[in-house]
Design a binder for this molecule. Structure first.
Ligand SMILES: Cc1cc2nc3c(=O)[nH]c(=O)nc-3n(C[C@H](O)[C@H](O)[C@H](O)COP(=O)(O)O)c2cc1C
Length: 339
């Protein structure tokens, strides 16, 4: 199977809301929730995408040739690229019932492992979703990052224990999920988490804890002070609040504030290896990608996921070659410019 075949299959399978657009930019699905759109006017999603397109790459090929090396260290492990599938949940509602959250997560986990990466998985209203995903993570020797929603404290702690028993290499929490109206509609609302509770939750486990949904310097500092291993600069793909800034636009001030004390991931609108390069050049350690992996799963299951990773990695390698970067640490602000 080729990645282009995956996209053809995805169009047939993915349901009425997603058009598997050549440019996944938030326009055709604007405001479509249920569906993969951004909330309200869909501005947050569109801004994320546009911010990456407003950065250009400085080509420089007068360099001695070295084969680009995209490997990175995380959680004491080495991954083949600084690219990870983001957690995506509620797939039957937002896409189609070709998959449920469990088969989706299975495809993400296996496809990520086969590409030399690690997938983040989502959490659901039904306990079976998280529990079943944890079983899959156990089967794959802990290679998965379960992403817990900010339910009540006791429930989060139970879910942390389940992740530990599954041997998960890390845990994440999408603290911005408080904006997900769908959860309240389904009878299981989530709430903002205060600093004390967050500190308690992080202290309750030895696993690296990643806080997903940071969009301000104040939030980033709280996450660092609470003991996070990493943060994801994310507006949940523009799905939890309308009119947020682009994640790439808030990244510099957040990086400056955290001063290297935590790993900094970014997501939202990253579509190609070129976008990955831009995020790293701005100072991020790694990226998460959401919607394109949904197309990959609906078009080719675990194989589709691996093919997307391979495509992104080869694009990243090509930019590194064309900019004289032989390893990720070589990628810096001198390689890009705002246009
Ligand atoms: C349909 C859909 C479902 C999502 N479900 C979750 C989820 O359960 N947990 C979570 O942390 N993020 C969830 N996200 C957000 C993604 O993890 C990620 O932050 C976002 O999609 C990144 O933007 P991108 O899709 O433009 O790459 C979801 C996104 C979409 C499109």
């Amino acid at each position: 199977m080729k990645y282009s075949d995956v996209l053809i299959e995805a169009k047939k399978n993915i349901g009425p809301h997603c058009k598997v657009c050549p440019q996944c930019n938030g326009i055709a699905c604007q405001g479509k929730i249920p569906g993969p759109g951004g909330k309200g006017t869909g501005t947050g999603f569109i801004r994320n995408y546009k911010a990456f397109k407003a950065v250009a790459i400085n080509m420089d090929t007068l360099n001695k040739y070295h084969a680009p090396d995209t490997r990175m260290e995380l959680f004491g492990l080495t991954f083949d690229m600084p690219i990870f599938a983001a957690p995506v949940g509620g797939v039957q509602i937002h896409y189609s019932d070709l998959h449920d959250d469990l088969t989706y997560s299975e495809a993400i986990l296996l496809g990520s492992i086969n590409a030399g990466s690690i997938g983040f998985t989502g959490d659901g209203v039904m306990a079976e979703v998280y529990d079943g995903t944890a079983e899959a993570i156990l089967k794959y020797k802990g290679l998965g990052v379960p992403t817990i929603k900010p339910w009540r404290k006791e429930e989060i702690i139970e879910k942390i224990r389940i992740a530990e028993n599954a041997g998960a290499k890390a845990i994440a929490m999408d603290i911005d999920a408080a904006g997900l109206a769908m959860l309240a509609i389904q009878g299981k609302p989530v709430f903002p988490v205060g600093f004390e509770t967050l500190s308690e939750l992080i202290a309750s486990t030895k696993l690296p804890f990643i806080i997903k949904g940071i969009m301000t310097v104040a939030g980033a500092i709280k996450a660092v002070d609470a003991g996070a291993y990493g943060i994801v600069v994310s507006n949940h793909g523009g799905r939890v609040l309308d009119d947020t800034p682009a994640t790439l636009d808030v990244l510099p001030e957040i990086l400056q504030a955290v001063e290297g004390r935590v790993k900094v991931f970014i997501d939202g609108g990253i579509r190609t290896g070129l976008d990955v390069f831009k995020a790293l050049a701005m100072g991020a350690d790694a990226v998460l990608i959401g919607r394109p992996f949904a197309s990959a799963v609906y078009g080719g299951g675990a194989e589709g996921v691996t093919l997307l990773y391979q495509q992104l990695k080869s694009e990243l390698e090509n930019v590194m070659l064309m900019t004289g970067c032989s390893k990720l640490e070589d990628i810096g602000p001198e390689h890009i410019r705002k246009i």
